[in-house]
Design a binder for this molecule. Structure first.
Ligand code: PLP
Length: 442
């Protein structure tokens, strides 16, 4: 498989080159030359596949030519090494729990897959690669955990001091080995600006091999398709599901749409956003896309004002607005509604949402209620059902959630070991020169 740049001013590259570069030289996002069609019997027989076999079958066409099958098999095995349960919440709504990985958010899948690919592609390279990443909370932990101990790869994470939750901070700062946390005296936007400047700095890039580990990287974006297939393995309803995805940078939902185009049965997608409503406004305005500065919300991993993967979604639909509109509905849910939703679902259905999942749940519920009320649906026809992606564990956002439920959230075992650990970070000012000096002297 070859990948082209969506800016169309850079040459096509292999999966390996796209992974190592992150972004194309013309600053475009890489995109697969064609969307592979799944084998004819794949969906019919999906129940007979193990997670590993399924992951291999879906990913193989995307990495073909860049690694032997045996290497991909091993990478997939290590990537999907935890459960992805689909849990019923109401008659019509299910939760796809993506928080059972090591850092309790769905980003574990992409980060693990990418880290192992990069380790493999860099195996004969004497020069160390430095992964530089800015995080508002979840990305940093997943990347740190995914890359821990990967040979030839050094990871430097920038996070805004005092602005990540306690569990998130421990996940970033207690790894040691090849992972360093830089605690920036500034905002997430400052961290991101410093990282962008580092990628653009000619002097720095001559001395250090830098790459990025956010969802613009194809090796982080593409494996997110897998959990949509894992959900379908567990789907027992008459009609294909409506799928609601809490969205920020739109990498996750875009991977789901890719899975659908390659053969996965899906009735409709719901893009669930918080107050950062660039995409909902795009739909409401008939296709006008106007980025704006991000605003802070309870679902902070979705505080994005210019979703970088949205261009990939447009590409998947040939940039035709009517087609995008047919496949996706979009919602903007504010913090008050998010809190109300957590409260209501906990008291009525005994299910504890995190703020991101709450946004997804609310949007899905609203969509299904309207869909099932339409007269054409008929009384006897089975109700349309669906699932939302529960993208993080509520324990990552204890302040927001415990206030609502009045109960302490118990720590899952996978993070209990963090509690006694000592945070290790290097405090730096929000200045690119400080970052550059640090990188050059370490
Ligand atoms: C990153 C993240 C999202 C948003 O995913 P995108 O792929 O950027 O749309 C949603 N929820 C949580 C918990 C996240 O960490």
């Amino acid at each position: 498989m070859q990948y082209y740049s969506l800016n169309r001013r850079s040459p096509k590259v292999s999966f390996a080159e796209a992974t190592v570069q992150g972004q194309a030289p013309d600053k475009g996002l890489y995109f697969p030359e064609h969307v592979p069609s799944l084998p004819a019997d794949f969906i019919k027989n999906i129940h007979s596949y193990s997670k590993e076999e399924l992951g291999f079958t879906v990913m193989q066409p995307y990495v073909a030519g860049s690694m032997p099958d045996a290497v991909l098999q091993q990478i997939v095995k290590e990537t999907v090494d935890f459960p992805f349960p689909l849990v019923q919440v109401t008659d019509n709504i299910f939760s796809l729990e993506l928080f059972h990985g090591p850092t309790l958010a769905f980003k574990d899948v992409g980060a693990r897959f990418m880290s192992r690919c990069l380790g493999y592609f860099n195996r004969n390279n004497k020069r160390e690669v430095t992964v530089l990443v800015a995080t508002s909370g979840d990305t940093g932990g997943a990347v740190a955990n995914g890359f821990l101990g990967v040979e030839g790869v050094k990871v430097v994470i920038l996070y805004p001091s005092g602005k990540v939750s306690p569990v998130q901070e421990l996940q970033l700062t207690t790894c040691g080995q090849n992972i360093t946390a830089l605690e920036v005296q500034g905002s997430f936007d400052d961290c991101q600006a410093m990282v962008k400047q580092a990628f653009a700095d000619a002097e720095l890039n001559k001395i250090i091999s830098l790459t990025s580990a956010n969802s613009i990287n194809v090796a982080r974006w593409l494996p997110q398709q897998l959990y949509y297939f894992f959900a379908y393995q567990q789907w027992k309803e008459a009609k294909a599901p409506v799928i609601s995805v809490p969205s920020g940078n739109f990498g996750n939902i875009c991977a789901g749409i890719l899975a659908h185009i390659s053969g996965l049965p899906v009735q409709h997608f719901v893009a669930a956003c918080n107050d950062n409503d660039v995409v909902p406004v795009y739909f409401a305005s008939g296709g006008s896309y106007e980025p704006k500065p991000a605003v802070a919300t309870l679902s902070n991993a979705m505080d994005v004002g210019n979703p970088s993967n949205f261009v990939r979604i447009l590409e998947l639909f040939g940039n035709e607005f009517p087609k995008v509109k047919d496949a996706i509905s979009s919602y903007s849910i504010n913090d008050d509604t998010t809190v109300e939703t957590v409260k209501e679902v906990f008291s009525k259905h005994k299910y504890l949402l995190d703020p991101h999942g709450a946004v997804g749940y609310y949007a899905l519920n609203d969509f299904l209620e309207k869909r099932n009320e339409t007269p054409g649906a008929g009384k006897k026809a089975p109700a349309q059902k669906g699932f939302f992606l529960e993208t993080a564990h509520p324990v990552k956002f204890p302040e927001a959630i415990e206030k609502v439920t009045g109960q302490k959230i118990s720590m899952p075992e996978s993070v209990q070991h963090l509690l006694g650990k000592q945070k290790e970070s290097t405090v730096i000012k929000a200045s690119f020169n400080e970052l550059k000096n640090w990188l050059l002297s370490h």
